[in-house]
Design a protein around this ligand. Structure first.
Ligand code: FDA
Length: 401
């Protein structure tokens, strides 16, 4: 071994959510662990997550909340390290938290609490840090892995790749995991931005652009059969298209050239209500729609559909009322694209799970080489599910290396 060469049992590359969890677990088992990251600032993605308060898990997280070519793969890790296990860790570190909506748990104060907790767990496992430190190459040196880094060569019996996906390149996302997978002849599932705002052709969007900033609860769906997504969440109009939880959720299921179907008044059959109410509903159309929709949207909707807001429903043919009602209950729209990795919260696809053991996250073709977290083709819904996968897959590898 040369003077710049150092040997460890385990080298974890990527000190984000999954990497820190894995390093802490392996270190606390008595393994000699080194954690390497090229970033200058620790765990930027945790820091910015959940609007700075980190939605660190979801109490209901289960395989049904994840997308993957191999939907059962995540089952084992998720059942061995559950949201309750992570909550127990958070409580042990006396971090105050609250449930916000649909089982989503957030820190009361700041995401920094979660970063400090993971750092303390790594310290308890005597994890060695190399950060900021670029990784130049990975190779084999007999039975060991050799990692060439800006801080010299590292030898390790096991390597865990925890470098995440492609989302938010501005804070250090790279395709490193996919390059390593290719180097070791492992298959990849095509990647795409997920949990991302969707955009529309400028000309087609023009009439809706003036609704930017407007939010309302909707039902949204897309896709067929097994690949169908359906969510009841808030929608947000933007200058370039649509966003808000409803769109972020459905974006992970959306495919180019496939429309979305939105129900802007999910609790009501608008056409039926208008037709049946012709004799009793005295208000004009503008005022009627404003009972069910934000006023600015009611007004904009009538304008886009060429209907006079002052018209009385009693004076309108049933056919026109049906068309108007159906347009609200079944708004079929074709996004032209998405805001891409620049804005995506996650990356869909990644290392094909059929190459990995679901118990240990190790590549069956490359003994000793593990992949965890977002680098793997397991992508959670919005709402704390992605961190739960990072923790659970990190623990699975941490117990095995
Ligand atoms: P993560 O991205 O956390 O870490 C990867 C690490 O690898 C980084 O530290 C990076 O610097 C390092 N790295 C990359 N390339 C490298 C290389 N070549 N060499 C060395 N190091 C390298 N999820 C959730 O459950 N709740 C939430 O509230 C949110 N909120 C949220 C907000 C925003 C704006 C984004 C972008 C994402 C979220 N997410 C989320 C998703 C969540 O942040 C994400 O799924 C996890 O951080 C993934 O954890 P990983 O450890 O796999 O990657």
């Amino acid at each position: 071994m040369s003077s710049t060469q150092q040997q460890f049992d385990v080298a974890v590359i990527g000190a984000g959510a999954a990497g820190m969890m894995c390093a802490a677990v392996a270190g606390q088992r008595g393994r000699r662990v080194v954690l390497i990251d090229h970033a200058a600032k620790l765990a930027e993605k945790i820091r910015i997550s959940g609007g700075g308060r980190c939605n660190f898990t979801n109490v209901g997280a289960g395989p049904q909340n994840y997308l993957s070519q191999n939907p059962h793969f995540c089952r084992s890790a998720l059942s061995r390290y559950t949201p309750q296990d992570f909550i127990a860790l958070v409580k042990r570190h006396r971090i105050a938290f609250h449930e916000k909506h649909k089982g989503q748990l957030f820190c009361d104060d700041s995401s920094e609490d979660i970063i400090a907790m993971l750092k303390a767990e790594c310290d308890a496992g005597n994890v060695a840090w190399r950060m900021p430190c670029a990784v130049e190459a990975i190779g084999k040196n007999g039975e060991l892995f050799r990692i060439d880094t800006a801080a010299g060569e590292i030898l390790a019996s096991s390597v865990v790749i925890a470098t995440g996906g492609l989302s938010i390149p501005k804070i250090g996302a790279t395709d490193f995991a996919y390059r390593v997978a290719r180097q070791f002849d492992l298959k990849l599932v095509a990647t795409n931005p997920g949990l991302v705002p969707l955009t529309f052709d400028g000309r087609h969007w023009e009439p809706f652009a003036e609704l930017a900033g407007l939010a309302l609860p909707v039902a949204v769906e897309t896709g067929q059969k097994k690949e169908r997504g359906h969510f009841l969440e808030d929608l947000l109009f933007t200058h370039r298209g649509l966003s808000g939880p409803a769109i972020l959720q459905i974006s992970s299921y959306w495919k180019l050239s496939t429309p979305l179907t939105l129900n802007l008044v999910p609790e009501l059959d608008v056409a039926e209500t208008l037709i049946e109410g012709k004799g009793t509903l005295k208000k004009n159309l503008g005022n009627l729609l404003a009972q069910w929709l934000p006023g600015r949207l009611a007004e904009g909707w009538l304008k886009v559909n060429g209907v006079d807001a002052g018209a009385r429903i009693a004076d309108m043919p049933d056919k026109s009322l049906r068309r108007l009602g159906d347009s609200l209950n079944r708004w079929v729209i074709l996004p032209s694209g998405s805001e891409g990795y620049r804005k995506a919260e996650v990356t869909l696809g990644g290392v094909d799970t059929r190459e990995l053991s679901q118990q240990t996250m190790m590549a069956t073709k490359a003994p000793g080489l593990h992949f965890i977290g977002e680098a793997v083709d397991v992508t959670g819904w919005l709402g704390g599910y992605n961190f739960q996968w990072a923790w659970a897959s990190g623990v699975a590898a941490g117990l095995a290396v």
